[in-house]
Write a protein that binds this ligand. Structure first.
Ligand code: FDM
Ligand code: MG
Length: 212
């Protein structure tokens, strides 16, 4: 079974509030997988390097103003423009560790008051992650870590709303990791969860689409 098919990589998404530790855990995970002899790449959304990504970046740094629906669709378009490359990479055996994905898209926009079903609609048909790991930290604890920058959403009051909207999106398949633990403990837990997911994908778990 499956002998003639190359093992695919896993689509792994890390989600969580700002300052939950997503970015450092994502790069640690990529190094870990590489140490295990696996191919892995670090991805992030928004991907600010594309034309769409530059419009998003201008909005986040307050260099431009956009209607809430418009920026929501740009975030989604930024994932759509990467969809086929993601699929190619996964099918060639590369595991993608992705810092934020559609869940950020829905949580942040619905936290502004947009209808959640409207927010989810443009994500339909994007690749469904094989694993969503949520780095769980309260907005107050995250804010205590300091280092909020000057970007549009980096405010405690707004992060509290985002946390509530992430809760609505949680389902039983998400792996919730306590992000208040020492960084090495978070790292260890993520390594186990991700390795199990990569193994499942190697054994033939099929790729699916959102929302599933
Ligand atoms: N964000 C991120 C969204 O509002 N929608 C999205 O679809 C994505 C992927 O952009 F505040 C928000 C979340 C965050 C901001 O993200 C920039 P980074 O991870 O801080 O670059
Ligand atoms: Mg940020």
């Amino acid at each position: 079974e499956g002998n003639n098919k190359e093992a695919r990589g896993a689509l792994v998404v890390l989600e969580g509030l700002d300052r939950s530790g997503k970015s450092s855990q994502c790069s640690r995970l990529v190094s870990y997988l590489e140490r295990q002899g696996l191919s892995a790449e670090l991805w992030r959304f928004p991907d600010r390097t594309t034309d769409v990504g530059q419009m998003i970046s201008a909005y986040l740094t307050n260099a431009s103003q956009l209607d809430d629906h418009t920026i929501h669709l740009l975030f989604s378009a930024n994932r759509w423009e990467k969809r086929s490359l993601m699929e190619t990479k996964l099918k060639s055996g590369i595991t993608l560790i992705v810092d934020r994905y559609s869940y950020s898209g829905v949580a942040f926009s619905s936290a502004k008051g947009l209808d959640i079903e409207w927010c989810k609609a443009p994500e339909i048909g994007l690749l469904a992650p094989d694993l969503v790991a949520y780095l769980d930290i309260s907005p107050d604890k995250a804010a205590e870590r300091g280092g909020y920058g000057d970007e549009r959403y980096e405010k405690l009051e707004f992060q509290k709303k985002v946390a509530e909207h992430y809760k609505v999106l949680h389902d039983a398949s998400w792996k919730v990791v306590d992000a208040c633990q020492p960084i090495e403990d978070v790292e260890k837990q993520l390594q186990e969860i991700v390795l199990a997911c990569v193994t499942k994908c190697q054994k033939g778990k099929s790729l699916s689409s959102l929302w599933s």
